[in-house]
Structures are given as C-alpha cells and as structure tokens.
Design a protein. Structure first.
Length: 384
C-alpha cells in the first residue's frame, strides 16, 4: 500500500472516524451493551547501576456491543520519568495514541463463524522526539508503555472458527499498514514497514474441567524507510505455544509455555539499500505462565499469576559488535476483583519482577545488570 496520510488534515480525519463510530453505534438500535474502563497504573524499577525510572498512566477504554457488531476506543495519558547515571533525569507527560476498533461477526449464514475487523491508530500521542528525550523510550520488559506515539495505522483483520464436538479450531489473518511520521528530530519522514500476520489455534475439551490448546503465530515485516530510502527490515518471527486450563466451581487454573524463533534482520548498507546480517541478532525466546483464580463468592475473585522469561544469547560470538547476551526475567502478580454494584466492578493488583541481563554490544555496549521493579494498579469497570 503506497502513499501516506501525512498530508491529511488530522482534525478532519478524526472527525470522519468518530462520525463513522456514531453511525455504527446508531445502527445497533437500543440494545447496546456498553463498558467503560479506567484506572491508574504505576511502574517503578531500578538496577545495580543506580539507574531508576517510573511511569504512571491513566487508560480510558470504551466498548459497545450489540448482537454481531462491536466498537471500542482506547486512549490514555502517561507520565514517564527517568534518572540515569551520567545522563541526568528527564520527564515526559503526554497523551497516548487513540485506537479505534470495529468488528462484525457472521455466525448463522456460513458453515463456520467469521469475524471481520478493522482498527485505526490515530496519532494523538508524542512523536518527533528531541535527542535528549530518547532516553525515555525504554525496554518493554521494564516499563508498560514504551511507544508514546506513531503515525496513522490501518489494520484490517479476518478470523474464522469452527467446532466439531469437543474440538475447536480458529484461524486469523491481519495486515497492519503503518503510516509515515517524524520519529525524532534526527529521524524525519520515518515510514515503518507494514506487518502481515497470521495465527492458528486448536482447542480440545477433554471434559467439563480440562481443556488444552495449541497455538501458533507468524509475522512478516516489510522494509522500514527513511525519506523514501530503505533503512531496516525486522526479521519475521514464528511463535509456537501450548496451554492447559483446569476449572472447578470455586477455582480455576491455567498453565502454558510458548517460544519465539526469529529470522535474520536486514540493516542499511553504507552504499545504500539494505543487507541481510551474517547471523541472527535475536536469541530464541521461551516463556512460561501459570495463573490461578479463587472465587470467594459471587462478587469477589482472588487472582495470581507467575511468569518466567528466558531469552537466549544471540548467534554472534561474545567479541562481536553485534553480540547480545542472555536475559532472564521472573514476575509475580497478585490481585483481586470485586463487583461493587449492579453496574460497577473494581480491580486491584500488584506486580513485582526481577530481571538479569548479560553483557551486550548491540545496539550499544552494556555490562551485565540486575533489575527489580514493582507495578501497583487499580481499575474501575462500569457496564450499562
């Protein structure tokens, strides 16, 4: 898909989409189920190098559903602060991008269930960073929000599902068109590559208590461009996973493991164009999850989850300028939710993590490091 939304007046574009949303909701008649969610989330971490950072954000999500149609809008406000040794401190307070999603389901006219969707990203967040602000863009394993803004994105999707007794299968296709924007003062006219992705899942119900699932996801990335010139191409990846769920009247539990295998990336050559790297700069990833819920009564639920992440060192030798060492991360979340009234539900949680990273030379030299962090959160959900 060629071209860019850069020349389109933002106010007119947003107004058009909001008009479409109102028309969509009006077409749902009066039997609309609406949900509004907001709250407060706080992240904090430090490391053995005396670096620390914090982030607080307030999300706002509105969902409306009626019969076969649904609509959602998601936005928020974030405040991010870093204090890094040798670089001083920096703070950014900003709105985040706004995401609109529409879905339409077809379940009674075909031999399988079909869901058609389209999503939009509206660039209401922060882009065009000053050089000293780039320090605020942190690793996603450390902070919840590390993308403060992008360009106009369009994401059409299609999903199909079918059941045969105790066996169910699903298949999905998606294409994410990502528009051009100014990433920073030194990286103008940045056009991130489009993404094509596909996923498949098989579920089997042994009985009313036991369920198992096998799932896979593949993503392919087009070339990133800067001012129309090829700049970078992320290697595609394949995710494979298995999971099992167990249910009882008073409690349920879920466990799963997944792995991600990435292809080689392509980097800009000094002579122009891009070349494929000699070895893979990404190590294989392994993640295990365990979740547990206990239903105290019809209104109160206690929750906990445990996650372990292992990223192997990459394919380059330790003396190479492209070497990235091993990473391990362990996190524990405890929480509770309670129905406060007929239309209001509250949820609180606290998450803690520890992480160890090995020596790395890419994208810059870093010594082995140990991190720790904590993330308390509270949410309110209103349904009407």
């Amino acid at each position: 898909m060629e071209g860019t939304f850069k020349e389109i007046d933002m106010n007119k574009f947003v107004l058009t989409l909001l008009t479409l949303a109102v028309t969509f909701l009006a077409g749902m008649s009066f039997a609309i189920e609406t949900q509004v969610q907001t709250g407060f989330h706080y992240d904090w971490w430090d490391d053995t190098k005396d670096n620390e950072a914090s982030q607080s954000y307030i999300p706002l999500r509105i969902e409306a559903e009626q019969d076969k149609m649904s609509f959602s809008i998601l936005t928020g406000y974030a405040n991010t602060h870093v204090n890094f040794t040798g670089q001083g401190s920096k703070t950014l307070s900003n709105m985040l991008d706004t995401k609109l999603n529409f879905r339409y389901g077809i379940s009674d006219k075909l031999p399988l269930d079909v869901v058609l969707g389209i999503g939009f990203n509206l660039p209401t967040g922060k882009t065009n960073f000053e050089q000293d602000e780039l320090v605020l863009i942190m690793d996603s394993d450390l902070i919840s929000i590390n993308k403060f803004g992008e360009g106009y994105n369009v994401n059409p999707t299609i999903s199909v599902a079918k059941e045969w007794g105790d066996l169910a299968a699903g298949f999905g296709l998606g294409y994410l068109w990502r528009g051009e924007y100014d990433f920073s003062k030194s990286l103008q006219d940045y056009n991130p590559g489009d993404i094509f992705n596909t996923s498949i899942e098989l579920d089997y119900y042994f009985n009313e208590n036991w369920q198992t699932r096998i799932f896979s996801h593949y993503a392919w990335f087009d070339k990133d461009k800067v001012d129309g010139e090829d700049f970078f191409q992320e290697g595609g990846y394949c995710l494979l996973g298995v999971g099992v769920n167990y249910r009882q009247v008073k409690w349920d539990a879920a466990a799963g493991i997944r792995s991600i295998f990435r292809n080689k990336s392509r980097f800009q050559d000094t002579s122009g164009g891009i070349f494929t790297e000699d070895r893979n700069n990404h190590g294989n990833e392994w993640q295990g999850d365990l979740a547990f819920r206990y239903f105290v009564d019809g209104r109160t639920t206690l929750k906990s989850s445990l996650q372990a992440l292992l990223v192997d060192k990459n394919d380059y030798p330790e003396g190479s300028s492209n070497f990235v060492g091993r990473r391990e991360k362990y996190s524990l979340t405890l929480g509770a939710s309670r129905v406060l009234s007929a239309n209001l539900e509250g949820e609180i949680s606290v998450k803690g993590f520890i992480m160890q990273t090995g020596k790395a030379e890419f994208p810059q030299h870093t010594d082995p490091n140990n991190y720790r962090g904590i993330s308390p959160a509270v949410y309110l959900i209103s349904r009407f």
